[in-house]
Design a protein around this ligand. Structure first.
Ligand code: CA
Length: 255
């Protein structure tokens, strides 16, 4: 099981006291691409990875079935026409296994019955081939928003804006230049603002499964140090607190 994906947090993000549920994987989603056209599968993976998603691929139904059974995905992009499997059967299996993954069917089959059958079975959306990768991304984000009741892709704290769609942080109109890892760590701390986030939680969130092999908690401290340096130009006070022996806490400057 992928450690980064297994718990919910709730966060008040607007100025009116409303609570919006967030799931951590909104920042870092773990997708399975089930597609037997290898070049298309690769194209989707390359595009989505560039957009910050974690992707896994399965080019046959059997491999997809194994992967769905042994991993936790946030989303499955499912081609219905596979050489060894009916895509619809994979969908049924995923549902039977109580997979939490959202499913977007990507299929050349435009027959209305296929579409309706997929959606009736529990797929969240349906995209006919050929589709644009930009559209795929916005469907993925829309399905995720719907699933978790998110109303937008942005968190604002004072003049600070964390834009999950762009994966960027702004202060007013100015972008704060963060590296990918700095962004991942910072957005995670902001989602957990005013709470202590442990080093282990950060590692699991950022490195997922792999951290066990090459994990070194010094990495986190280095990133935190750089984050502080960059953010001090915009934020005042001890906004990024070290909680000795435990982890870190982002303190909402508005409190
Ligand atoms: Ca196919």
């Amino acid at each position: 099981m992928n450690g980064i994906l297994c718990f919910y947090i709730e966060q008040d993000i607007d100025n009116f006291g409303s609570f919006y549920p967030y799931h951590i994987y909104y920042i870092q989603m773990n997708l399975l691409i089930v597609e037997d056209e290898i070049s298309l599968s690769d194209e989707i993976r390359r595009f989505l990875e560039k957009e910050g998603f974690k992707c896994d691929e399965a080019h046959t139904g059997r491999i997809a079935s194994d992967k769905i059974f042994s991993n936790e995905y946030d989303m499955i992009l499912l081609d219905l026409g596979l050489p060894d499997y009916e895509g619809i059967d994979l969908l049924k299996e995923a549902i039977k296994n109580k997979s939490e993954a959202s499913v977007i069917i990507i299929s050349a089959r435009t027959a209305l019955e296929d579409r309706i059958m997929g959606l009736d079975l529990g797929a969240d959306d349906y995209l006919s081939k050929p589709f644009s990768l930009i559209e795929l991304k916005s469907r993925i984000l829309a399905v995720t928003r719907r699933k978790h009741g998110l109303k937008g892709n942005v968190i604002r704290i004072g003049s600070l804006e964390i834009n999950f769609n762009k994966r960027k942080v702004f202060y007013g109109a100015e972008e704060i230049p963060l590296t990918k890892k700095e962004y991942d760590i910072f957005s995670f701390l902001v989602l957990n603002k005013n709470k202590v986030t442990t080093r282990l939680q950060i590692s699991e969130h950022i490195w997922g499964d792999i951290f066990e092999e090459n994990y070194n908690s010094n990495y986190i401290d280095v990133h935190i140090k750089n984050l502080r340096k960059k953010l001090t130009e915009y934020l005042e006070g001890n906004f990024l607190e070290t909680v000795r022996g435990i982890g870190f806490r982002f303190i909402d400057p508005e409190i």
